[in-house]
Design a protein around this ligand. Sequence first.
Ligand code: NAD
Ligand code: UDP
Length: 330
Amino acid sequence: MRVLVVGGAGMIGSHVCEMLLADDHEVWCLDNLLTGFGASVAGLTDRPGFTFVNADVSGALPADLPAMDWILHLASPASPLDFRHLSLEIMAVNARGTEHLLALARQHGSRFLFASTSEVYGDPQEHPQRETYWGHVNPIGLRGCYDESKRYGEALTMAHGRRYDLDVRIVRIFNTYGPRTRHYDGRVVPSFICSAIADEPLTVIGTGEQTRSFCYVTDLAAGILRVIAAPESAARGEVFNLGNPDEWTVGKFAELVVEVAGSRSPITRQAVREADPVYRDDPGRRCPDITKARTVLGWEPTVPLREGLAETIAWFRATRGSEYARRPDR
Ligand code: NAD
Ligand code: UDP
């Protein structure tokens, strides 16, 4: 197949590109490098069947893209610390970007996958979260730009699928971590790892009793490949939770990072009122119910958290001082 991976230079996208190439597909990676890195796909550029296109999917798409069998829309900043200074870019990429790609899918009869998020469940009142849950989202809070634009992206995807008879599919991705992340990303995994490898304090925001469930990036990418490989009868017009149901409190997770990194870092607390205002709407519990992915796709994560963390910590150590660690001026 010929597959367009939009956001293909990102953490998840670059692993998806790599797996698609390993399966002998032709891959077109389109990315504007807003939060991704050329270095994440540099190893693929010499491989036959790989093309990189530097473009912003929220603007006009390059006119010379060939017809694709699949379009995977994985482009969007995703760190809560981006929600203030990239709020409008986030809304644009999930709204206009999705619209542009659905138009392209319509033009060539391509299949389309939209990367949504567990954030569509907001601060969930149902636990664990199943795909049938409608969510509990604050549209006007600081997370609203992300949560609501992903919800709109989902609605847009489904509306195009229905009106134009397209094969569209949605994945709701839960907290995913791994190599090829900005060191200064701000999400809890890179944040704790960077502190731990520098023997500096890890800052747990709030009580530390809030939970997250962490999925290693290769497991997640494999899940996306399963979704696009599934027959129409099973996956067309469907939404799948993809994530690891191994649930951790943030406090216990901090201890685990210190242990796996062999660090001397202390763990400190920061009250929510003293932290970035984006944490005021911090979801209290999050854990995917992946029954649907297990039964329909035969997919489940296989990398234990300790193992994935050890890989990720090794990568962060190896890339200290690289472009992944240099925060651009904005
Ligand atoms: P990432 O920041 O590493 O990757 C996103 C990629 O999209 C980057 O390479 C970035 O440069 C690119 N991009 C952003 N705006 C663009 C635009 N307008 N045009 C072209 N490219 C653009 O983030 P990630 O963690 O790999 O996330 C990938 C996708 O998965 C996103 O859609 C995100 O919302 C979703 N997601 C991720 C997680 C997670 O925990 N990592 C959880 C839920 C959902
Ligand atoms: N968090 C933390 N310290 C940090 C960064 C995040 O305690 O340095 C907490 C945050 O309050 C949240 C959890 O870790 O409860 C996960 O946050 P993250 O930003 O990774 O993403 P989210 O799952 O909230 O989108």
